[in-house]
Structures are given as C-alpha cells and as structure tokens.
Write a protein that binds this ligand. Structure first.
Ligand SMILES: [Zn+2]
Length: 52
C-alpha cells in the first residue's frame, strides 16, 4: 500500500514507494528536498539539511 506524507519543507504530499524502508532517503517530487524515512507506520519523514 502506497504511503503518503507531507513534505516538511514545502508541505506538499510525498509518496513513499512500497519498496522503501525505514532509514532510506527519498526525494520530494515537488521541491527536491531529501527526506529520510524515520517511520513507516505511521509514515513519517525527516528533512535532511545539506551543509554547504
Ligand atoms: Zn517538498
């Protein structure tokens, strides 16, 4: 079952693919932010802030 979370950065819905697991990194399809999956049930992600 496809899981959807709100992007912590842009608040747009982000789809977590079925084959992703906790600890994996996904990308927000809207703003390109990198999000770490911290929990799948309930789906929760954490915004990864890149240091420049
Ligand atoms: Zn976003």
């Amino acid at each position: 079952m496809t899981k959807i979370v709100s992007c912590p950065d842009c608040q747009e819905p982000v789809i977590i693919p079925d084959d992703n697991e906790t600890g994996e990194i996904i990308e927000c399809q809207n703003c390109g932010a990198e999000l770490e999956i911290i929990c799948l049930n309930p789906p929760q992600v954490s915004l990864i802030v890149e240091e420049k």
